[in-house]
Design a protein around this ligand. Structure first.
Ligand SMILES: C[S@@+](CC[C@H](N)C(=O)[O-])C[C@H]1O[C@@H](n2cnc3c(N)ncnc32)[C@H](O)[C@@H]1O
Length: 352
């Protein structure tokens, strides 16, 4: 099966596709650093670093097998954590039309459209209805799957919406959930190096043997790994961190230390959250802005720790400044979740 990744970001979905045996041929991504990360880690893919609006034709070479067109247009506008931009007025919310334009152009056998769950409710469900209706009109049978990454071996509770469509036959059922217990934060990151606030040495050896089959798998045969970068927070922020227990958030911090917040009650529950070591993580989104705290150290998460919680393998390296790397990791579809989706698609294709 041939893959095309639209709005590819660093390529979390593409890694899942690769793991499911899909030959990804083309990726389109507007951001320079995300496209650079994609190219560095997917050497055989043609990466077009351009805005999708400017893509006039998609050339896949000889179509020797069925094509799956996949991707997630930017979702900030649909996210429940971003009420301000969650409407039809936000231009970014209309990028899905570009996705549909490419669907018409390529006419793939399969489509996988990924987004945040919030898109189901935005503007009373208008967006989701438009996408489904347009795909049906283009001749696709479609189904909506809301899947939680933690059910597919990812150490993170992160629900995502997938619209899966096919031109022939019925869309399969969602992939079966893993029967194994969820992977915990500590099992995922406990072997990574001890770091300080503001850590800036990119490449470091592991601290110990992997603590789980999950960590072993992502580590592979590497002796060291990259992207051990941590945001440098001011001392007053570190003082706040020290008050937050595992699973706690900003509400554990003495009010006197939060005097720069005008209205504390308006802080959302994700601010200053410290991860619980022995549970799956909360969503790894904008983890710098949300001040997500390491379970046992008084600092933010490193890029590599966040990547592990997203199920990126350690050979996958992020490029750009620390801010761009954090964004690439937080934006990604966890590769293991994407793999489960693509395996379901491939099995259905093989049965057809
Ligand atoms: C949610 S992220 C995609 C994450 C990706 N699916 C992954 O798994 O890593 C959305 C991406 O769309 C890109 N993007 C935004 N507007 C774009 C446009 N007009 N053309 C192409 N890419 C665009 C952003 O730079 C961002 O990397």
């Amino acid at each position: 099966m041939i893959g095309v990744d639209l709005f590819s970001g660093a390529g979390g979905m593409s890694i899942g596709a690769l793991w499911a045996g899909i030959d990804v041929r083309l990726a389109i991504e507007a951001d320079k650093y995300a496209a650079e990360t994609y190219s560095k880690n997917h050497r055989s893919v043609d990466v077009q670093n351009t805005r999708i609006q400017t893509v006039r034709s998609v050339d896949l070479g000889p179509r020797t097998s069925p094509v799956v067109l996949f991707g997630g247009p930017p979702c900030q506008g649909f996210s429940t954590s971003n009420q301000r931009t969650r409407s039809a007025d936000n231009q970014a919310n209309w990028l899905f039309r570009e996705y549909l334009r490419i669907v018409h152009q390529v006419s793939p056998e399969w489509i996988v459209f990924e987004n945040v769950k919030g898109i189901l409710e935005t503007e009373g469900g208008m967006f989701i209805r438009q996408i489904s209706t347009s795909l049906k009109r283009a001749g696709y049978n479609v189904a909506q799957w809301v899947l939680n990454a933690a059910d597919y071996g990812v150490p993170q509770r992160r629900s995502r919406l997938f619209i899966v469509g096919c031109r022939a036959g019925r869309v399969p059922s969602p992939p079966p959930r893993s029967r194994r217990p969820s992977v915990t934060v500590w099992e995922a990151i406990g072997d990574l190096p001890l770091l300080r606030n503001g850590a800036a040495i990119d490449r470091l050896p592991y601290r110990r043997d992997p603590l789980s089959a999950y960590a072993q798998r992502l580590r592979g045969s590497n002796a060291q790994s990259a992207n051990h970068l941590v945001t440098k927070n001011m001392p007053c922020i570190l003082e706040r961190y020290a008050h937050v227990p595992q699973g706690g958030n900003w509400s554990s911090i003495p009010k006197g230390l939060m005097s720069n917040y005008e209205d504390l009650e308006r802080c959302h529950t994700g601010i200053y959250r410290r991860l619980r070591a022995h549970e799956p993580s909360v969503v790894i989104g904008n983890f710098r802005k949300n001040m997500l705290i390491h379970p046992t150290q008084n600092r933010g998460l490193s890029v590599r720790e966040a990547a592990r919680l997203q199920s990126f393998p350690d050979w996958f390296e992020f490029t750009g400044s620390i801010g761009f790397q954090q964004q690439q990791v937080g934006n990604a579809v966890p590769p293991l979740l994407a793999k489960a989706v693509f395996l379901a698609v491939r099995r259905a294709q093989q049965r057809a």
